[in-house]
Design a protein around this ligand. Sequence first.
Ligand SMILES: Cc1cc2nc3c(=O)[nH]c(=O)nc-3n(C[C@H](O)[C@H](O)[C@H](O)COP(=O)(O)OP(=O)(O)OC[C@H]3O[C@@H](n4cnc5c(N)ncnc54)[C@H](O)[C@@H]3O)c2cc1C
Length: 412
Amino acid sequence: MGMTYNAVIIGGGAAGMMCALHLAERGIGNVLLLERNDRLGRKLSVTGNGQGNVANENLSADRYFGSGRDRVAAVLGRYGEQWLLRELTALGGLFSADETGRVYPTSRQASAVTDLFRFALEKSGVEIRLGKKAVAAEKRADGFLVRTEEGELSCRMLVLACGGMASPHFGSDGGGYALARAFGHTVTPLSPSLVRLRTGQDPVRGLKGVRCDCTVGLMRGAGKRRSCFADARTRGDVLFTDSGVSGDAIFRISAFVREGDELSINFLPDIGGADLIAALRAKAERYPQMCAEDLLRGIVHSSVGKAALRRCNIALGERAEDVVQKLPYLAGTLQFFTVKITGTDGFANAQVTKGGVFMEELTERLESKKAKGLFIVGELCDVDGECGGYNLQWAFSSGACAADTIAEALCG
Ligand SMILES: Cc1cc2nc3c(=O)[nH]c(=O)nc-3n(C[C@H](O)[C@H](O)[C@H](O)COP(=O)(O)OP(=O)(O)OC[C@H]3O[C@@H](n4cnc5c(N)ncnc54)[C@H](O)[C@@H]3O)c2cc1C
């Protein structure tokens, strides 16, 4: 079996790379990073539409969901956004935030962030084995035994940084949950998050390709108790596809979606209902012969206008003076455009996994309460963040937190 490593890290993604590098920086030798892919950080390299949205200036534990908000608060208290920017800058990159607070490398290339880690890891003395999958791990009296497809390894400390099961083609296929369960850990229910929503073709007919800034809510409940689910209300981009919706606002809201929910979209979030009706009436009075679709020109995207007219049973070409009675209904449709959700695009296309290892089973420093010396970090935890850099921040911060705790234990 060979020598005993001080630490083995399973998974060379954002969390695992940060953990390995941090251990080396703390002077811990004999560290092995195992990655099943033939290169490190495949998922990190595609994040943020390829631009690498690594952090967010508006970081707070409130941006996260799952069983671990207090654990998240504790970790981010020590390893927050400023800490991360110092770390990444020390690796040789430059980073800046856009007007919404999203932080990117100034090169706007996610793969460059992976490269920064790769360069530093190559110099660090960490042993990296690529194309090596850990298939099992168990506790031994003096540490851990890790089985790969080729053989066995032993180590004093073990870090599970295998990711969740979102977008499994980048390597994280959910196998990490089985490794954690083998140590007695509970895995909370798993579902895809930050993912496109499916609606079927009919409710979004004619809207394909339209992108607009909207307020989006979720309608839930039956009959008179059907109401907007307040926590899920959000504003941002909505992008229509031929049978669903995507965009930042949709990604954020996807974390909350349950079966039977309906989306309610406000295409004109900055104008009150009464003002909108008054504006439409004034235009109809001024141009009584104008066709209905032109009545909405300059107010909403022309495709949105046509979709709303269709819902109000107003034919294209109908004259403004003939639809005056229907204007309140039309205004209401533009500000309360409901779309039934038939499902999500699933794990295959999701950015993160909702659910994971139950956080009460980890200490504030992310050490397992089931097996001393075992650490669980990154997306494998029951922690999922909003869209906007929060998930990578958690991956990096949790990886560093585990590394420091391991370094203290090994040196202390
Ligand atoms: C398309 C896309 C875009 C995204 N954009 C953003 C963004 O802009 N900002 C943001 O904050 N978040 C974004 N995310 C989410 C973010 O990428 C993840 O939350 C983050 O990468 C999780 O880091 P991790 O290290 O925990 O897991 P991963 O990055 O998934 O890494 C886990 C690694 O472990 C390896 N592995 C798994 N099992 C084993 C095993 N048994 N043996 C050996 N190796 C194993 C995997 O191959 C993988 O490389 C995006 C995700 C996707 C899919």
